[in-house]
Design a protein around this ligand. Structure first.
Ligand code: APR
Ligand code: ZN
Length: 364
């Protein structure tokens, strides 16, 4: 059994990621070793490459993934060798204030960890792994609470999508905004996350789901996800939305881009008293401007949704059931199937706003 495996490494902020040979540590107590079988290219990975967020280097990228448990350390009760698992980049400690007050997605142990060292090395020196995982790799070493068992009938491709984009999008609709039947919804940004919001909003019974993107190539993907309308983003967006919502604006707007301008557009697209849910992760220096009078008189709610305000241990199995029973379809989300070495090109496509999810398949 080789101690070496391949992973996609970002060596510095200016470099292009490249496949490199990594060495894994011994699997420690409470840890599991997972052979990654599928990993989605999520915008948060791109954000680490293009400087929107600043992790430590060198960094093994990737966090939206599923695979098979191949080794467990001592005292591991949650998973056994052979289990099919979804990886969770924000595992709850279950002890901190947030975990014991019903908000495990804000766990103070794992929250905000862009990168950490877990014993994996590159040329004999420690590397960091993205979001505690580093899942653009043949293998991941993770604490046992970062794996969630799923039925093997789900398949690794769909399991991988659940681990970040789908949980984030569906959770934003179900948990954060709590969209009700008959409500109108605007979704700005139609990548894997935004399209998951569209599908969940329709499943929640929204009467109107108006999908918005800068790229009109997203129209057919939006329709496949269940959108009732599609609008190309422009300065006239709020007017466009009003004409489609009896002049009022929508009950809900979901921002799935991660920029101040689209957060403002989402704000302006909602009605008085409406709810704006920020799903996109933007940069620290991108400021949103809203007037004090507007905040007061519009009576809107502005909330962010971190990891779908979800407890992944509970919601990933529920989403897996939804997929297996046909209530939730994910297949339209996969627009490219690629290898590890192709991920930099997938980042380029994502930067241009093309496609939905590129899915890396490994070890098959
Ligand atoms: N208006 C509307 N849509 C826009 C705009 C804009 N001004 N700018 C970009 N977009 C669209 C892009 O064309 C693309 O379709 O937003 C979409 C973003 O999709 P992806 O890049 O595939 O990102 P995704 O993985 O879906 O993540 C979206 O959620 O979790 C966060 O960090 C993640 O901030 C990111 C967001
Ligand atoms: Zn992600």
């Amino acid at each position: 059994m080789s101690a070496y495996f391949n992973g996609l490494v970002l060596r510095s902020s200016a470099a292009r990621p490249a496949v490199a040979e990594l060495r894994r540590p011994e699997v420690g107590p409470g840890q599991v070793r997972v052979r990654v079988r599928a990993a989605g290219v999520c915008h948060s990975d791109l954000s680490m490459v293009n400087g929107t967020i600043r992790p430590s280097y060198p960094l093994v990228l990737g966090h939206e993934a599923a695979g098979e448990v191949v080794e467990v350390g001592d005292h591991v009760a949650r998973a056994s060798v052979g289990d099919h698992v979804v990886l969770n980049w924000q595992p709850a400690c279950r002890n901190c204030w947030f975990c014991t007050h019903g908000e495990p997605w804000l766990c103070s142990t794992s929250s905000g960890v862009a990168s950490l060292e877990n014993g994996v090395t590159l040329d004999g020196a420690p590397v960091h792994v993205a979001l505690g995982l580093g899942a653009f790799a043949d293998e991941v070493i993770a604490p046992q609470n970062a794996v969630i068992r799923v039925p093997s009938t789900l398949g690794f491709d769909r399991a991988a999508l659940l681990s970040c984009g789908v949980l984030t999008g569906a959770g934003a609709v179900r948990n954060t905004a709590q969209v009700q039947p008959g409500e109108s919804v605007v979704v700005i940004g139609l990548g894997g996350v935004g399209l998951s919001v569209v599908a969940a909003a329709r499943a929640a019974g929204a009467s109107d789901v108006i999908a918005v993107d800068v790229s009109d190539a997203k129209q057919s993907l939006a329709a496949a996800a269940g959108a009732t309308d599609f609008v190309v983003s422009s300065d006239a967006l709020s007017k466009e939305i009003r004409t489609r919502t009896s002049g009022r604006g929508a009950d809900h707007a979901f921002e799935c881009v991660g920029r101040a301008t689209t957060i403002r557009a989402a704000w302006r697209a909602t009605r008085r008293g409406g709810k704006v849910t920020v799903v996109g992760m933007g940069s620290n220096d991108d400021q949103v401007q809203l007037s004090a009078l507007d905040i007061f008189s519009s009576a809107r709610t502005l909330r962010s949704s971190v990891y779908g305000s979800a407890d992944p241990d509970i919601e990933i199995p529920l989403l897996a059931d939804d997929v297996l029973s046909g209530r939730l379809s994910l297949d339209h989300l996969i627009t490219d199937r690629i290898t590890l070495a192709d991920v930099p090109d997938a980042f380029d496509r994502m930067s241009r706003g093309e496609g939905a999810r590129s899915l890396v398949t490994l070890g098959r």
